[in-house]
Design a protein around this ligand. Structure first.
Ligand code: FES
Length: 109
């Protein structure tokens, strides 16, 4: 079982960056939730919403190719960028660095 580093940084002020480890095939969403990092995941991680939107700062090549469905949902996310992905679809096969959008945007939704 291969283990890789996943570095998280946060748009929300006051949250320090952290580097965690995950095993091959685990999604960034799973790794985050297991370690107490709250990433919204309204559909439960089945590529059926856009709330688990994150930015990949490094290591896009260590993720599966983006599907059309994932692209469609990213279009509906807040501030999508070229490096946007859905965390539940990001199964790791190498080290990556991600940036988590401000989760307080979901309060009250
Ligand atoms: S949790 Fe809904 S698409 Fe990832």
């Amino acid at each position: 079982m291969k283990v890789f580093n996943v570095s998280f940084s946060f748009e929300q002020e006051g949250i320090a960056p952290v580097t965690l480890t995950g095993t091959e095939g685990e999604s960034v969403l799973e790794i985050a939730l297991e370690n107490g990092i709250d990433i919204q995941h309204n559909c439960g991680g089945v590529c059926g919403c856009s709330t688990c939107h994150i930015y990949i700062e490094q290591g896009m090549e260590n993720l599966p190719e983006i599907s059309e469905k994932e692209e469609d949902f990213i279009d509906r996310a807040v501030n999508p960028r070229i490096e946007s992905r859905l965390a539940c679809q990001c199964e790791i096969s190498g080290n990556i660095s991600v940036r988590v959008p401000d989760q307080s945007q979901f309060l009250g939704h």
